[in-house]
Design a protein around this ligand. Sequence first.
Ligand SMILES: Nc1ncnc2c1ncn2[C@@H]1O[C@H](COP(=O)(O)OP(=O)(O)OP(=O)(O)O)[C@@H](O)[C@H]1O
Ligand SMILES: [Mg+2]
Length: 457
Amino acid sequence: MAKILVVDDDPNMRVSLCEALARCGYDVESAPDAVTALRQIETKDYRVVITDIRMPGRSGLELLDDVKASRPETSVILITAYGTVETAVEAIRKGADDYLLKPFGVDVLNDTIRRILNGGAPAEVGRASAPAQLQPRPADNGKQIITKNPKMLQILQMAERTANSSAPVLIQGESGTGKELMARFIHNHSGRSEGAFVAINCAALPENLLESELFGYEKGAFTGAVNRKIGKFELADGGTLLLDEVTEMDINLQAKLLRVLQEKEIDRVGGSAPVKVDTRVIATTNRVPEDAIREGKFRKDLFFRLNVIPLTLLPLRERPEDIPVLAEFFLKKFSVESARDVRAVSPATMYILKKCKWGGNVRELENVLERAVLLCHTDVLEPEDLFLSYSPEGEQSTERPENLPAGMTMEEMERRLILGTLEKTQNNRTRAAEMLGISIRTLRNKLNAYKIDEKGK
Ligand SMILES: Nc1ncnc2c1ncn2[C@@H]1O[C@H](COP(=O)(O)OP(=O)(O)OP(=O)(O)O)[C@@H](O)[C@H]1O
Ligand SMILES: [Mg+2]
C-alpha cells in the first residue's frame, strides 16, 4: 500500500484530503507545515507527498526543493488555488510530478496519484510507454496563457498533462480565443519541443496546392516540379504540425490526411514509396465540427481520429474574469515593447473593458490595448485612450478611431459613464460607486461637479 503524506496548514483541507485518500485505500499521514513535513519525510518512506503551495513559513515550493534534495525518488503533487497556473507549471519544471487546482474532486486526486504510481503516463490517453520525463522546456518566450477562468484552467491542465502524448489534439474555439497559442503551449511542454513547430492554414490553399504543401512532391511529379519539395508533415517530423481550420480542407484530401494519421506515413506527390513520419498533429477549427459533418464538409472518421484530445476554448464573453487579468498583461507587454511607461488601467477604463462584447475575443482586446498604450497621454489608461463608444445599455462595440465623435472630452466620457452606471444600478449610488471602482464620496463629489441630481439626471 502506497504511503502518502498530506501537507496543508488548513486543518479542514488536511482532514478531508486524508479521509478521501484513506477511503481510496492509501496509507496516509499528514503535517500542518513544511518543516514538520520534512522531518517526517526524512524518517519515513513516503511514495507521494501532496502539499499546498501557499503556507505560512516555508511554502510548498520550498518543500518541493527540500524533498527533491533529500528524497529525490519521492513524488510531489502541489495544490494550488491561484489564478494563473504559471507557478505550478514552474514547479513542474523544478521537478514536481503534477499539480491540482483547487477545488478538485476525489476522482481527479485519485487519478493523479494512480498515474504517478504507474510511472507517469497521462491518464486521459492511456498511453503505455516510458514515464513522462518532466525536463526543463524552452522558455515560452513571453507567450504565456493568461486565465483565471476555472474551465479554461481545467483545459490548460488537460493540455499540460497530455502534452507528452503523441495523440492528435483538436482545439475548438472562436477566432481570437487563443487556439494557436494553446497549440504552441502544448508543443513547448512536450518532449517534442526541440523539434519544429510548423503551422499551415487549410482554408488558404486549393486542394492540389495544399496537398503538395502538406506531403511534398518528388522532382518531376508534375510540370513545374523542378526540385523535390519536402512537405510540412516531414518538416515537422519529431515535432508538431498545426493544421488550422481543418474543417475547410477539401474532402478528398481529408481522406488522405486520415490515412496519414493512421499509418504514420506520408506519400509525397509523385513518390514511389511512403515515408515514415513521427509528427504530432494539432488541428483547430472555429466552426462547430458537428455542423460541418452534417453539411457533408468534414469527414466524421477524421473528426474522431483528430478529437482524441479535445480542447474547447471559451469565447472571452463567457469568461469575464479574464478581461482584467488580460488587460493588465497586455498593458505591461505593450508598455515594455513600446518603451512607454504606462503603469495602470484606471478603474473607469476597466469598467468599460468589462462591458465590451469582444466579438474578436482576446485578439481584439490585445489590439485595443496595443493602440491604447501608444495613444495614451499619461501613465494611466483612461477611457478616452481606448477609442470605444460607450452606451449604458451594453450595446457597445469597439470602433475605429475615425468613427468616434470628435472632440469628446474626458469629462464628458466620465459624465456619461457615471450616468450609465447609475441607470444600470437604478440610481443605487453605493452599487454604482462599487462598479466604477471609486469611493461613494468620490462619486458624490463627481455628481456635484457634473451637476447630476438625485434622480441621476
Ligand atoms: N489566454 C491568453 N493569454 C494571453 N494571450 C492570449 C490568450 N489568448 C489569446 N492570446 C493572444 O491573442 C492573440 C490571438 O490568439 P490566437 O492567434 O492563438 O487565436 P486563434 O484562436 O488561433 O485565432 P484564429 O481562429 O483567428 O486563428 C494572440 O496574440 C495570442 O497571443
Ligand atoms: Mg489561429
